[in-house]
Design a binder for this molecule. Structure first.
Ligand SMILES: Cc1cc2nc3c(=O)[nH]c(=O)nc-3n(C[C@H](O)[C@H](O)[C@H](O)COP(=O)(O)O)c2cc1C
Length: 328
């Protein structure tokens, strides 16, 4: 035990005594003993409370730690973080997005602040005869072969799956509006096709996770009738089965009960007041061949829309099993 650990507390007691004496002669200094008294009281509470060893060992002073922790993110972000640092987006990337969103000039003059010699730095190979850039309106890829009655001419830029529930209504509206403006497809994520996906009419990829949100029975199994009714919507261009995603290495997922609002419950077809769970695996199929049959079934039920799948590869042999099933 070192003497100085009580120094802040001791100083408060000293200021309290001096403050009381001063306030007796100069009444306008009343606030000095009041503040010092409050800090002494805080120190006493710190000393007798049994939960936090830091407060007990460093009465009064120990609170500085929580204060510092509170402002740590802001201090790092505004004062310490470099322009190219931070995940998932650096300050430079964010400023570019803000500038474009406000329709401010987003062109940058020639030159870079990046370390172009760092490992993993991507660059374009130089050409003395650059080809003209493709027209974004016609630079599209046909998705869906002979088996698809409704193939989709997709952009190479699309909006990755992020569920309504993990994102707010306004975020979904904004992404879908962006999809409509840019001619992209907006993936719903596994959280279902919500009213906010419909407002701006951007193309939709409807993702089905293991919870079959939006097309599930009461017990959580896949419901072909509900699927067919929703998949017939012309805004839905393609279907995606989600096997797994990188951000959820343990598979499955959970939306805690307190986040399951009435709208989320209606979109997903789940009850309110309960955790909304995506099981670890699909119940509609369990082998690669069954998965191919399920894909064919979804294609048929959707009226011939392309059906794909998203997965995260942990074991290469698992993926080879899927490839063999695709060939079969
Ligand atoms: C907020 C949020 C929600 C997500 N929800 C889903 C989801 O419902 N289904 C899915 O397949 N992936 C989901 N993802 C994963 C993304 O689709 C994507 O695979 C992941 O973010 C990696 O891509 P990135 O490096 O471009 O971010 C989500 C990601 C985020 C950030």
């Amino acid at each position: 035990m070192r003497l100085n650990q009580y120094s802040a507390f001791g100083l408060c007691i000293l200021v309290l005594i001096v403050g009381v004496a001063l306030a007796l002669y100069y009444p306008w200094l009343w606030f000095v003993p009041v503040i010092a008294g409050a800090l002494v009281l805080l120190g006493v509470v710190d000393l007798i409370q049994p939960q936090h060893s830091i407060r007990r060992n460093y009465p009064v002073l120990g609170h500085v730690r929580w204060l510092a922790e509170m402002v740590r993110p802001e201090i790092r972000q505004y004062l310490i973080e470099a322009d190219q640092e931070a995940a998932p987006f650096s300050r430079n990337q964010r400023s570019l997005v803000y500038a474009r969103a406000k329709r401010e000039g987003s062109e940058r003059s020639f030159g870079t602040q990046m370390d172009v010699y760092s490992v993993g730095y991507d660059f374009m190979g130089h050409s003395i005869r650059p080809a003209p850039a493709a027209d974004p309106a016609t630079f599209r890829i046909l998705i869906g072969g002979d088996q698809c009655a409704q193939p989709y001419l997709g952009s190479v830029f699309n909006i990755s799956a992020m569920s309504f529930g993990s994102l707010s209504a306004n975020a979904i509206r904004a992404l879908n509006k962006g999809a409509a403006m840019g001619g992209f497809a907006h993936d719903t994520g596994e959280g279902g096709y919500s009213p906010y996906h419909r407002e701006n009419g951007g193309d939709i990829i409807w993702e089905l996770g293991s919870g079959y949100f939006g097309c599930r029975t009461e017990t959580g199994a896949f419901d072909p009738e509900r699927f067919a009714a929703q998949a017939a919507n012309p805004q839905i261009k393609m279907i995606e089965i989600k096997l797994s995603q990188g951000a959820k290495p343990g598979h499955g997922g959970i939306l805690p009960a307190q986040k399951v609002s009435a709208e989320i419950a209606a979109t997903r077809g789940v009850p309110m007041g309960q955790d909304c769970v995506s099981p670890a695996s699909h119940s509609a199929f369990s082998t690669p061949l069954q998965m191919m049959e399920f894909i064919a079934r979804l294609r048929e039920l959707s009226g011939g829309k392309p059906v794909g799948f998203k997965l995260c590869i942990g074991q290469p042999w698992e993926f080879m099993g899927i490839v063999k099933a695709m060939l079969a």
